[in-house]
Design a protein around this ligand. Structure first.
Ligand code: ATP
Ligand code: MG
Length: 241
């Protein structure tokens, strides 16, 4: 059986809104295994980004238990969480989040600077390897503003990959792209998945969700449905449920 990477047990999250508490996530139970590609779908405001942010260690969980690669995240300090995040997770956002005044190569190198396992002398080779993966070797010395949206998202994917994370977390990775660029990004993400990276993505695109190995539907902060996708997965559904 495949390795369990993410395990959420009875996770809930609420935000204080004036005098009232807004329950954004309730009783989330979710396991994600190495090799899966999982789409999270649901209406706007249903809690998808909040769930991804908790999984990505950008938000604290309110209640419940979260094991990331076997580590109980609630027991860790901020510094330990940042190490865990850097070691296991790569983030891709809808709006690319590149630093405009840094070159493409310097943008891709950013996660290396926060990881004590990498030495500065090795940065360039690691960056070049990932720029080759996303097909942007010739843009290393350009700046984000000189690239198209689709190219910028490929840079963001190279940056997410540079530390060889176990899991890629993508929040609407094609949300700002036209259909051609979206298709290229989807193909790239699914190729990376085929090569072994676990992919967890939030999307409004049912066609993209169907190409993943599993779709998790969120409604009003709860998991309302889990649907197998068309993609062959390293994990049998009987292992997951
Ligand atoms: N920091 C916050 N403080 C207060 N409320 C928040 C905060 N972040 C999110 N929310 C609320 O939590 C709910 C879920 O938000 P979330 O961003 O997870 O939705 P989503 O499913 O990603 O929506 P979309 O598809 O529009 O991106 C919304 O009602 C939102 O207003
Ligand atoms: Mg969102």
């Amino acid at each position: 059986m495949s390795e369990l990477l993410i395990q959420l047990t009875d996770v809930g999250k609420s935000y204080q809104q004036g005098a009232t508490e807004l329950e954004v996530l309730q009783q989330i139970n979710l396991q994600i295994y190495r090799g899966e590609s999982v789409a999270i779908v649901g209406q706007s405001g249903s809690g998808k980004s909040t769930l991804l942010s908790i999984i990505g260690l950008l938000e604290n969980l309110g209640v419940g238990r979260y094991l990331l690669c076997g580590q109980d995240v609630t027991t860790l300090s901020g510094y330990q969480l940042s190490l865990l995040r850097n070691r296991h997770l790569g983030w891709v956002f809808q709006n690319f989040n590149l630093v405009p005044e840094l070159t493409i190569a310097a943008n891709v190198a950013l996660p290396l600077r926060y990881n004590p396992n990498y030495q500065k002398k090795d940065y360039r080779a690691l960056v070049d390897a990932k720029l080759a993966v996303v097909g942007l070797t010739d843009k290393a010395e350009s700046y984000p503003g000189q690239l198209s949206g689709g190219q910028q998202q490929r840079v963001a994917i190279a940056r997410a990959l540079v530390t060889n994370p176990d899991i890629l977390l993508c929040d609407e990775p094609t949300g700002n792209l036209d259909s051609t660029n979206s298709e290229n990004i989807i193909k790239l993400l699914l190729e990376l998945n085929q090569q072994g990276t676990t992919v967890l993505l939030v999307t409004h695109d049912p066609a993209l969700a169907a190409r993943c190995s599993r779709t998790i539907q969120i409604s009003d902060g709860r998991i309302s449905d889990v649907v197998p996708g068309t993609r062959l997965s390293a994990v049998r559904m009987s292992d997951v449920s």
